[in-house]
Write a protein that binds this ligand. Structure first.
Ligand SMILES: Nc1ncnc2c1ncn2[C@@H]1O[C@H](COP(=O)(O)OP(=O)(O)OP(=O)(O)O)[C@@H](O)[C@H]1O
Ligand SMILES: [Mg+2]
Length: 235
């Protein structure tokens, strides 16, 4: 199983080319940080990988991938519903009994240190709590690939490290985890880094030697709204 991009490039109708000649392969067990300055296309790349956005050029290969989970940059939920309901709901839609779904949801909320907030309404959650709730919700459905957009942007350093650690542990259980992030700690916690600024059209020379590395694994020597969808059902 893997997810790969083949000579991927993207621009919107009213933007210049954001990135081009992007060739990456991600395997189960890997955590990949997608970095680069604001507006370089990190969130857009995640949307393309999920299948919601069609790339301007190139292709995405999702070999053997059946479920993709995502956590958006801005958490969203139903103000009046409890935090627990937000994690339980996707499990109910998969046919799980309420009792099993609540048990699984509470376990996952514990993993993200959110058990204490299970009965709070979504509108009462802090930004960081809402973000962790979205992670618990996405991970509960056991996706093959987890795409997470700025999961630690609203978290203090200690909580951010804890979330990075949990994501690394989930990858260790066989998930592919891709995280768009500005946070150096989160980036450093990932096994690999894709710096999208190296794939901007003006990047040249040593900045971009992908022509010689058609499938750059980019291994390092020291080698987080949310949901899941079946790949076939992705927009
Ligand atoms: N649907 C769209 N139509 C037109 N332009 C868009 C669309 N979505 C994003 N853009 C533009 O494409 C560029 C890349 O956006 P994107 O959200 O991917 O950046 P980003 O790297 O995630 O930035 P940030 O770090 O601020 O989250 C931005 O200039 C943005 O305004
Ligand atoms: Mg973004």
């Amino acid at each position: 199983m893997h997810i790969a991009t083949h000579d991927l490039a993207h621009r919107f109708a009213d933007t210049d080319i954001l990135f081009e000649h992007l060739n990456i392969v991600v395997h189960p067990g890997q955590t990949v940080a997608v970095c680069g300055p604001s507006g370089c296309g990190k969130s857009t790349l995640l949307s393309i990988l999920a299948g919601w956005e069609q790339p301007y050029a190139g292709t995405v290969e999702r070999d053997g991938v059946e479920r993709i989970g995502w956590v958006f940059q801005n958490p969203y939920g139903v103000a009046e519903r409890s935090a627990l309901d937000h994690v339980v709901f996707p499990l109910l839609t998969k046919g799980m009994s309420r009792r099993d779904a609540e048990g699984q949801a509470l376990d996952m909320m514990e993993v993200f240190d959110l058990r204490y907030a299970a009965d709070r309404r979504f509108s009462e959650l802090s930004g960081g709590e809402a973000q962790r709730l979205m992670l618990a919700r996405a991970v509960c459905s056991k996706p093959d690939v987890l795409l997470v957009d700025e999961p630690t942007a609203q978290l203090d350093t200690r909580t951010a490290r804890s979330v990075s650690h949990v994501l690394g542990r989930l990858a260790g259980q066989g998930m592919m985890v891709m995280i768009a992030t500005h946070d150096p700690d989160t980036r450093d916690a990932c096994q690999r880094v894709v710096d999208l600024s190296e794939y901007a059209p003006l990047a040249t020379g040593s900045d971009r030697d992908d022509a010689e590395r058609p499938h750059d694994e980019m291994s390092r020597p020291d080698g987080g709204a949310a949901g899941t969808a079946e790949v076939g059902a992705a927009r």
